[in-house]
Design a binder for this molecule. Structure first.
Ligand code: ARG
Length: 465
């Protein structure tokens, strides 16, 4: 390891030699934590505002600090700011620039504060900002799903279990299943936001500070619901980042499932939908190919978000109180989870309303595979046959259909009657696809009427967000 003179640190007092150049790079976080500069400046403005209120800073000092910090923010915004690895992280880069700009008052900003409560504050502010953007994007996606679900309330497709044709469902109903998954994700996101929205500022290094600080004030200036209640916990735990990543992992898991279905449906084997060309790419060798890259990538990105969740859980595991440098490792997984969630939601919110269903193909597919077998069994039950016997009778009818290549609705009354039970002409009504879906007319059922009703309920719910 080579040694390098370094005089620029803000903590060099007790050191008799400069930090090793490699160690400096190894311990620095500025390359990635500079993305929190707005939150860092917001936190410093609130902290200095409070210090002035309680008499630790003069009004002039506070004003100089505020003006200086706003100048620095503008410089960073415009790309003029010189970041320095020697100054380790976003916090010391900004503080050092402030002192260069305004002199003594800049050196007073860090009174009653530590980078430990500062970084805990910044990460929360950053994540809260991102959560609000993500919540909007999630809502946009949910609205798109409702729009499509309403349009496709009457569209019939096969419903699957074990990926085998099970019963006819409406496409709108299938889409509303996605909506429900995302609705729980939204509520998990808001839970995470509510729990994390407390201000760690004032916890200082770990034990609090000897200055007469007003933590209620900084909490309210920063839009937190209240100050955190224990200083050791405040600088230490990153459970809020873990919660966010677990929200992200579950959301991506849901999106990966929807992606998988989109991929299947666009295949020539299913051929249920068309994805407009702008969401697809071609093959460099096979001229006929049109690949559903967007859903494939979303499906693939689930892996990286799951990885970030495990990284953060492992980072936190067994850490003794209070702050440890390990926690600097919270940022890259968290930031990447945020970016990935934002991109995937954007891709889905753009893509879903553009889906072009092939209604006739879906309908034809629902007709194959004896999708109305349960309806026939229910019909027999209504006419006095015990369900188990009805199941057996219909099973035999299906066996006959497989052998003769006929769907239940293609069989004559005589053919249907040969297996037992009491069957009349009206059976054909229940064997139609429309009859089958319309009959499941209760809350959560697949009937078009229920789909339209559920869309209205969901719209109202979204309008109240
Ligand atoms: N860059 C550090 C982090 O991300 C800031 C806090 C450092 N505190 C300390 N005492 N070294 O966690």
């Amino acid at each position: 390891m080579s040694k390098k003179e370094s005089t620029s640190t803000l903590w060099g007092g007790r050191f008799s030699e400069a930090t090793d150049a490699f160690v400096q790079r190894f311990t620095a976080s500025v390359d990635f934590d500079k993305r929190m500069y707005r939150q860092d400046i917001r936190g410093s403005i609130a902290h200095s505002e409070m210090l002035a209120k309680v008499g630790v800073l003069t009004e002039e000092e506070k004003n100089a600090i505020h003006t200086g910090l706003r100048d620095i923010e503008a410089q960073i915004d415009s790309g003029e700011f010189q970041w320095s690895v020697e100054l380790e992280d976003v916090h010391m880069n900004i503080e050092s620039a402030l002192t260069q700009k305004i002199g003594i008052a800049g050196k007073k900003l860090h009174t009653g504060r530590s980078r430990n409560d500062q970084v805990a504050t910044d990460v929360r502010l950053y994540l809260r900002d991102e959560i609000d953007v993500i919540a909007q994007e999630l809502t946009r996606l949910q609205k798109g799903i409702l729009e499509l679900a309403e349009r496709e309330a009457d569209t019939i497709m096969p419903g699957f279990t074990h990926l085998q044709t099970a019963q006819p469902v409406t496409f709108g109903h299938h889409l509303l299943a996605w909506y429900e998954m995302l609705n729980r994700d939204y509520s998990r996101l808001q839970d995470c936001r509510r729990r994390m929205n407390q201000s760690p500022l004032g916890a200082a290094a770990l034990a609090g500070t000897t200055y007469p600080i007003d933590r209620e004030l900084t909490a309210s200036l920063l839009g937190f619901s209240q100050p955190t209640r224990n200083s050791l916990d405040s600088v230490s735990d990153r459970d809020f980042a873990i919660e966010f990543c677990s929200f992200a992992a579950i959301l991506l898991t849901h999106l990966s499932r929807a992606s998988e279905e989109l991929i299947l449906w666009t295949s020539s084997q299913f051929n249920f939908i068309n994805l407009p060309d702008r969401f697809c790419t071609g093959s460099s060798i096979m001229p006929q190919k049109k690949n559903p890259d967007v859903p494939e990538l979303v499906r693939g990105k689930t892996g990286r978000v799951n990885g970030h969740l495990i990284a953060l859980l492992t980072l936190m595991k067994s850490q003794p109180l209070a702050y440890n440098k390990d926690n600097q490792e919270d940022k890259e997984p968290l930031f990447d989870a945020v970016d990935t969630v934002r991109d995937c939601l954007r891709a889905f919110a753009d893509m879903i309303p553009a889906i072009e269903p092939k209604r006739e193909v879906m309908r034809e597919a629902a007709k194959r595979g004896f999708a109305t077998a349960t309806d026939l069994a229910d019909y027999l039950v209504r006419r006095g046959t015990p369900f188990r016997d009805a199941h057996e009778i219909v099973g035999k009818a299906v066996g006959y259909g497989v052998k003769t290549g006929k769907d239940l609705s293609d069989m004559s009354l005589e053919e249907l009657r040969q297996f037992g039970g009491s069957i009349d002409e009206d059976v054909f009504k229940v064997l139609t696809l429309e009859g089958s879906v319309a009959a499941r007319n209760h809350i959560g059922g697949t009937a078009p009427e229920q789909v339209r009703r559920a869309v209205q309920v969901a719209r109202k719910e979204l309008s109240e967000r």
